[in-house]
Design a binder for this molecule. Structure first.
Ligand SMILES: *Cc1c(COP(=O)(O)O)cnc(C)c1O
Ligand SMILES: [Zn+2]
Length: 440
């Protein structure tokens, strides 16, 4: 049976599937490193390492047709991703809906708005499934049997779930004050969970020490160059779903800043390989006021990011010392975008606004993005004529605490028609009162 499906390895086939990536390179000084589990330029300048690709080979190998006929997951873009195997871990991650958001657009005064909906990404309902699918596939290629991460919540969900699917041992680290949905959504997969009494930045520092002493594959530390490449797929998918075109403006949340910079890289790679026409896309970033180091640097015209101590309901993006903050700043500035922050109350309003206009329930990070989108439109920093894409990166069912007390309650009735009629009348009266308050 197995023999019947196993195809013979011909030389032609080997050539067409040879890896398109060849080394790691320091983003600051250009020093080259072997393709190992390494993320900083330890020989020279301690800058971050990035995967290097052979774009001539990619250009020859890919076309719009070859991609469209590929798997309905991130793996349709495999030639742009740092994995060598032909059998990557595929749990159906990616190709999430790009929703034309007409009602939200009208409410905000925009003409053409789309929501990239990673609230329904697989398997754990956040964009982190993209980066983890890549990181764990690469971890297996590098021979790791235990995988780990420093997480603000979603990453732990993703790492635990995909490690379970791949049969890898898993130990994750989270701040001890996370939302219960994020904790439960990790424990269910059976990993070891370390709840650290401290904020994310302290968790991250601890994990760097563990990575050095235990030889585990930390998806966002020693495997970070591979992990971070997964976010490029959020750029590729939007370009493909817009009919092989780039939008005019994107709005995305900023935690470490990685996602933001990699959407940019994804667009640039599609331009470079001839899959889309060149276009100046404006990049705007969203932070919570209670953790807004990148937004503060942007507004003060600084080219460095000063660390802050996070205090916001948007825990999934509460990184006080963002590793890719300066690169995110640079992209926002050179594309004529903006970086803005919003209060916790505005974040809750953002969650409700998206739910009520589009039927999409996002978590606090998505509420941040929608609230910043609104703020930028009101400030005239997004033109009504721009085709705009807002990236919704996580699911509201995981952060229910955030909206508890702001969403009304069901009307409890007896199983009798007159009880229903009275409740309905009461509800309509309340609704009218609501409207009167709006009008006053
Ligand atoms: C991790 C995360 C982000 C941002 O991630 P960075 O790449 O670190 O900027 C955004 N949204 C959600 C829901 C996340 O979990
Ligand atoms: Zn260097």
């Amino acid at each position: 049976m197995t023999q019947a499906i196993d195809r013979p390895q011909t030389s032609v086939e080997t050539a067409s599937t040879a890896p398109t990536f060849s080394a790691l390179r320091c983003r600051e000084c250009g020093e080259i490193y072997e393709l190992g589990a390494k993320h900083v330029c330890e020989d020279v300048c301690f800058g971050p390492l990035e995967v290097m690709y052979d774009y001539d080979t990619i250009r020859q190998r890919v076309s719009r047709e070859s991609i469209s006929s590929g798997p309905k997951s991130i793996w349709r873009y495999k030639d742009f991703l740092p994995v060598a195997t032909d059998t990557p871990i595929d749990v159906g991650t990616g190709m999430t809906p790009l929703v034309k958001a007409n009602r939200l657009a009208r409410r905000l005064g925009l003409k053409s708005l789309y929501i990239k909906n990673d609230a329904v990404n697989m398997p754990t309902l956040s964009f982190k499934d993209r980066v983890v699918s890549i990181a764990l596939t690469r971890a297996q290629e590098l021979g790791f049997t235990t995988v780990s991460c420093a997480s603000t919540g979603n990453l732990a969900n993703s790492t635990a779930a995909i490690a379970a699917h791949a049969g890898l041992d898993c130990c994750v680290f989270i701040p001890s004050d996370l939302e219960s949905g994020k904790v439960l959504g990790t424990l269910i997969y059976g990993p070891t969970v370390m709840a650290v009494k401290g904020n994310y930045d302290q968790v991250n520092r601890l994990c760097s020490e563990v990575a050095n002493s235990h030889g585990w594959g930390f998806v966002n530390i020693n495997l970070r160059p591979y992990y971070s490449e997964g976010s490029k797929t959020l750029g590729y998918e939007v370009a493909e779903q817009l009919g092989w075109q780039l939008p005019d403006h994107i709005v995305a949340p900023l935690a470490s800043g990685s996602l933001f910079t990699k959407i940019y890289k994804g667009f640039q790679e599609f331009i470079k390989t001839g899959l889309v026409d060149d276009k100046a896309v404006r990049f705007s970033g969203a932070q919570a006021e209670g953790c807004s180091p990148i937004s503060q640097a942007f507004k003060e015209g600084r080219d460095f990011v000063s660390p802050v101590k996070p205090n916001t309901i948007a825990k999934s993006i509460a990184i006080g010392n963002p590793a890719d903050g300066i690169y995110a700043l640079d992209i926002a500035r050179k594309t004529k975008g903006n970086i803005e922050d919003v209060t916790d109350a505005e974040i809750v309003d953002g969650i409700k606004l998206l739910a009520e206009t589009e039927g999409i329930f996002t978590e606090t990070a998505g509420g941040t993005t929608i609230a910043v989108l609104k703020k930028l439109v009101e400030a005239g920093k997004i033109d009504p004529d721009e085709t705009t894409v807002a990236y919704i990166t996580g699911n509201g069912l995981k952060t229910q605490e955030a909206v508890q007390g702001y969403i009304g309650e069901p009307l409890t009735i007896d199983p009798k028609l007159d009880s229903f009629e009275r409740a309905l009348e009461r509800a309509r009266t309340l609704e009218r009162l609501d409207w009167q308050q709006v009008l006053v």
